[in-house]
Design a protein around this ligand. Sequence first.
Ligand code: AR6
Length: 176
Amino acid sequence: MSEIAPRIDVHVGDITKLAVDAIVNAANTSLLGGGGVDGAIHRAAGPELLAECRTLNGCKVGDAKLTKGYKLPAHYIIHTVGPVWQGGGKGEAQLLASCYRRSLELAVAKDCRTVAFPAISTGVYRYPKDQATQVAVDTVSAFISQNAVPETVVFCCFDQQTAELYQQALLRLAGA
Ligand code: AR6
């Protein structure tokens, strides 16, 4: 747990292993699975997840939809669709911020006390990691400062380098 932001935790590891109320999936508009964290979540949750996703009619970029967690330790999966990076002039930052906000709104609706996010859009969708981290930290900290739940938000990073970007962004936030 970070001393700077007591309700924000930076974790290095596989998001499918986290026993939180909800994990967020970096999905695509079909919601029917893919590679990266999406593939890992579908593999770990089992085929019932795909069956529920088929009933959702996809998801727009910047929006989010919720399913059960099935075989995951997490109760729910919040599927959000990040923007594909196109140089930064196509509203990518606003769309990415919307992913974090919409996901948190769905978490609040289910009274989730703990929610874990991957670094949305920073893999296949090529969003520069430092800029994506800033959007994630700014949006989540603004949201939790105005809402009692979630009590804790976890930024689940796949590698140590990404975790350091989050720690740096949290330090900047504390200094602001
Ligand atoms: N746990 C935590 N983080 C992970 C894991 C994991 N198990 N696996 C990967 N990451 P990406 P995107 C990190 O490509 O850029 C899919 O095909 C990874 O290191 O999964 O939003 C979807 O179906 C990276 O930092 O998502 C879409 O088509 C971050 O998760 C498309 O990729 C996001 O990388 C979405 O692309």
